[in-house]
Ligand binder design. Structure first.
Ligand code: FAD
Length: 511
């Protein structure tokens, strides 16, 4: 540790930075973990988006909450230093960066906690805010046959990173987002205080931190609700040519009682052509089946819709029981006959499905391309108009990556959290997950995202950005709407000097 600190001071002296910061911080910190400066901090100036880059003063690898509290307190003793927790850096717009500030690498705390417990007879696991969801999955399933209830599609994301946003996937219609599936957090506030919070203990901090974009504290531990894990998943895709049919069936499935629907409901838009990324080949679930467009009705337009569902079962379930239950559910749906695809996979394989896509994309060299992504929540009341203008017109040729669209239920979200949602009970998540080669097209696509958002505003759509990204306070105010005052009050209570998560560009550091 002393070696680490010496290197820290030494490197900064060698670069002859004018830094009171460096010396005052290194004097006041007595970390169990480590501080890095110089070239090694480059990772903290990058994220998955590949659109922004700002250099930190230092990258801190804490050993736990005490180290993080010391860093935040040290920053508060300066007039200008900020602190950003970096989960796995899978943000798009520099949200986990701190220009000239201190970036905390939460991954260095990934092994902390990992403790199973029962609360009132129900199973939970305590995990670090820096743990990856894929590691939580593996520990829970292999150790205890248990699993969290609500997921994201991709699991190389940290617990603290997704809880600071929401954490949404095809289970959220039933269990709510990940923020609805934790009962307790340990948080280091912007005052450097380590605070345990829950619905009954420091509730304002608990609900503030959930979906709080890292503004009120750094989540160092989360208590995640578990349930029995299934062994197997029947994973099914069916195709629609009409948006109205697609939304009717998707909404039907997400509003059925548990036991009377699928366990996972998602869906995506794809181009009605043979484009390998955005067209027909994006639908089949294995190599053995092709998409046969002759099944499509003549009326099919430029884009089609794929409903993706999954049914959980156990190895002990009789195959005919599974077949009957699945057929009964599919029988209620009006998809295009002949365009149904299904595979049976283990529960782990299903949840790690995007990891396989990542491996392919890495092998093809496209994983590290820039990702000008746009995520929105659009109310059911406006989704037909959104489809008509955005999918059927602006994006009819695809975007070089998935275009997700599936319904969620507002009543499964806790309105006390900091997440901003549209008004209606049913709203759709729309995710434009672009993979584009480096070059001038990136700017054009960022501009197209802007155009979509501006169109939504101009048309007065009931919508919110998910993983929001705005530059001006006015935009943030509009985003939070009538929750803005609460958001500002929470900031004043828990991070009055606006030290935390400067990359979100909501508040300016003050003293
Ligand atoms: P980072 O990018 O490192 O951080 C994000 C923000 O949270 C920053 O402001 C950071 O300061 C703050 N933060 C990080 N850790 C903490 C902490 N412990 N305490 C407080 N604040 C913290 N989202 C979904 O909901 N569903 C999906 O299916 C989904 N799939 C995705 C797939 C891919 C390939 C990618 C790149 C992203 C996906 N996301 C999805 C979005 C993802 O949930 C967010 O980008 C999330 O913030 C990434 O987590 P991270 O650990 O990389 O966080």
């Amino acid at each position: 540790m002393i070696a680490c600190l010496e290197r820290f001071v030494h490197e900064n002296e060698a670069e002859s930075k004018p830094d009171d910061d460096v010396s005052s911080i290194s004097n006041s910190l007595d970390l169990q973990g480590c501080i890095e400066t110089g070239g090694i901090t480059a990772v903290a100036a990058k994220d998955f988006g590949g659109l922004y880059s700002v250099k930190p003063l230092a990258l801190i690898k804490p050993s736990g909450a005490e180290d993080i509290a010391r860093v935040v307190k040290a920053a508060s003793r300066t007039s200008h230093l900020t602190v950003a927790a970096r989960g796995n850096g899978h943000s798009i717009n520099g949200q986990a960066m701190a220009g000239g500030g201190l970036v905390i690498d939460m991954r260095s705390t990934k092994e902390n906690h990992f403790k199973f417990l029962k609360v009132n007879g129900s199973p939970y696991i305590d995990v670090s805010g820096g743990a990856l969801w894929e590691d939580v999955l593996k520990q829970c399933v292999s150790g205890f046959g248990l699993a969290p209830r609500s997921w994201t599609d991709y699991l190389s994301l940290t617990v603290g990173g997704t809880l600071s946003n929401a954490g949404v996937s095809g289970q959220a219609f039933r269990y709510g987002p990940q923020t609805s599936n934790v009962s307790e957090l340990e948080v280091v506030t912007g005052k450097g205080e380590i605070t345990v919070c829950s619905e009954t203990q420091n509730p304002e901090l608990f609900f503030g931190a959930l979906g709080g974009l890292g503004q009120f504290g750094i989540i160092t531990r989360a208590r995640v609700k578990l349930q029995q894990a299934p062994d197997m998943v029947r994973w099914i895709r069916v195709v629609y040519s009409e948006f109205e049919d697609y939304t009717r069936d998707a909404e039907f499935l997400v509003t059925q009682k548990q036991g009377e629907s699928f366990d996972y409901v998602e869906g995506f838009v794809f181009a009605n052509n043979d484009d390998p990324v955005n067209g027909w080949p994006s639908v089949p679930l294995d190599q053995d089946h092709d998409f046969d467009p002759t099944h499509l009705p003549r009326t099919a337009g430029s884009v089609l819709y794929c409903l993706e569902v999954a049914f959980h079962y156990r190895n002990s379930d009789h195959p005919s029981t599974v077949d009957t239950a699945v057929s009964r559910l599919l029988g209620r749906l009006g998809f295009v006959e002949g365009l149904k695809f299904q595979v049976d996979v283990s529960y782990m394989e299903f949840l790690l499905r995007v990891k396989r896509a990542e491996e392919h994309a890495k092998a093809n060299g496209i994983w590290d391309n820039p990702h000008p992504w746009l995520n929105l929540f659009v109310s059911k009341s406006d989704i037909v108009e959104f489809d008509r203008t955005v999918f059927k017109t602006m994006l009819k040729d695809g975007i070089g990556g998935p275009m997700l669209i599936y319904p969620l239920l507002r009543s499964k979200w806790d309105s006390r959290t900091s997440v901003a949602l549209p008004e209606g009970e049913i709203f759709y998540i729309v995710a434009l997950l672009r993979f584009v080669p480096k070059g001038p097209s990136v700017e054009k696509l960022v501009a197209q995202n802007q155009e979509i958002v501006q169109w939504c505003i101009k048309k007065g759509l009931d919508f919110k950005l998910y993983l929001p990204h705005y530059q001006s306070k006015e935009d943030w105010k509009r985003h939070f709407g009538n929750q803005w005052t609460r958001f500002v009050e929470r900031k004043a209570s828990f991070d009055p000097m606006a030290i935390l998560a400067p990359g979100q560009k909501i508040f300016k550091r003050n003293h």
